[in-house]
Design a protein around this ligand. Sequence first.
Ligand code: SAM
Ligand code: SF4
Length: 348
Amino acid sequence: MTLEEVLYWLKNEDERSLDQLWDKADKVRHSRVGDDVHLRGLLEFSNHCSRDCHYCGLRAANNKLSRYRMPEEEIMSCVEEGVAYGYGTVVLQSGEDRGLDVDWMANLIRRIKRETPLAVTLSLGERSEKELSLWREAGADRYLLRFETSNPELYKSIHPSLTGQEPDRLELLRTIKRIGYETGSGIMVGIPGQTFDDLAKDIETFRDLDLDMIGVGPFIPHQETLLGRKAKTPGILPEEQVPNTELMTYKVMALARLVQPLANIPATSALATLNTPTGRELGLSRGANVVMPNLTPKKYRALYEIYPSKACIDETAADCRSCMHRRIRSIGRQVGEGRGDSPSYKKA
Ligand code: SAM
Ligand code: SF4
């Protein structure tokens, strides 16, 4: 698929012709990764963060947020709950938490691998090669790090560097791959200042990085962030601005499936936040093959406020499990068994 074809679909607003895109993406999903929907238990185990991303409510400068870091035993009981629910993977996600002890994390990974059959996915932000290698050796299987946007200027303007160096998640993703992780990345759709050309290049980048997992969600403004408070987007014409809509998110997911057919693609919580009744089902019918039921204890959910009105903050892990099963059955698909490794990783 050429950049022009990608742009054609991104700008297309005609419902009838978009049906062709949904249909194509669904057929490719069916033929390349099958009808199983893999469940990843998401555990948001720490909301401490040392970064100051201009889009995210967890940013260090947000002093209105109470911070938590779950202790090992509490994490393990959530992990065991995930095993009991038949999940094949636990996703350990946090802010870029510099208070997280690197060896403690390695021991936790070892313990999960020793005591459960789960695949372990990490999503802990930008880490050194040494830390990433240690956790990989401890048994972590996958790493998620979204590059957010492939436009370096836009990225720099919304993601201040910690060290004074140029922030380069793309380079880090190549390192993650080299170390041997099954590698996931993705973007936010509709970041203020993101153009259609940028978005088309993001989709091209999914293919260039040969990603095993691709996470795509709409940008949702948070009042306690710079981007959430800005009324206007500087620098680009209004007609160039990508809207942060549900429809645009489906288009990017469908195109991601077409350019990287073997990738695991989740129907994300941000999408479900825009459309709680049917966002996940529509995502699964337009390219996605993964959902991430939340395993985080209810008392912490509201504190992991990346963006406001997040879906599922009043539910328990048990609620999320039965809700996901019902949704998957309702569209004639089935829950995948086992770890649900990406076939693109297996082929490597
Ligand atoms: N700290 C880690 C990191 O940045 O990779 C993992 C957690 S971070 C909260 C996970 C993802 O949340 C980010 O990669 C970003 O795409 C998404 N996110 C943050 N703020 C958001 C917002 N306002 N709207 C939508 N997604 C957002
Ligand atoms: Fe921290 Fe990740 Fe949020 Fe950035 S996106 S502020 S690194 S939690």
